[in-house]
Design a protein around this ligand. Sequence first.
Ligand code: ZN
Length: 225
Amino acid sequence: MPSPSERPRQSRGSAFKAAYVSAMLNAALMAMQIVIGLFAHSDGLVADGIHTLSDLAADGVVIAVLFLGAATASGRRAAPRDGSFPASLASLFIGVLLIGTAGDMLWHCIGPAAILTVSATVRASALIVALFVMFAKEALFRYMRAEAHRTHSSILLASAWHARLDAFSALVATLGIIGSMAGLPMLDHVAAGVIGLMILRMGYSNCWTALKDLSTRPLGNTAGQ
Ligand SMILES: [Zn+2]
């Protein structure tokens, strides 16, 4: 039975573990989605793979925030508020990256090049990967939500709900692939476009939250970071 002073440390350990599990899973899923997506000619799957790459970057931010929180709690940092400054900057950087990625993806899906290229029918391997990603993300959501409740970590809970949104994104990719296999190759393009819009929205909200956090911070509070 841990003493009351040991409990926060154990919670942090569990929160770290959950964030690492998410990062490992995202790295594996991203590689699988991009490689099979390119091989099977599925724009939707490649788009979702790029989305997973941004999830991996977001996992990095979560781990950094948890690390800084742990450093603050153990007295190595002055104030918890200062600890979130690099996290806000990282979050802003990821937001800008997401907006750029989404813009490029949407241009690829609905720009003049998309209309000129007739998409080849997507191969069945893409469907298997998209379905696997959907179930993996749903399992990750359930695991992270349980860990977030157990450790009272709000950042982990936000991350868990993001994983549920990712499961939905994989569902969109799956539907596009099924459509393409059923003789409507355009549906895979549409799925990639929808995923592009979801990434754009995520990038926008990342930037907005980070800018709000950075602008409410008094000047000079960043010294020593
Ligand atoms: Zn995501």
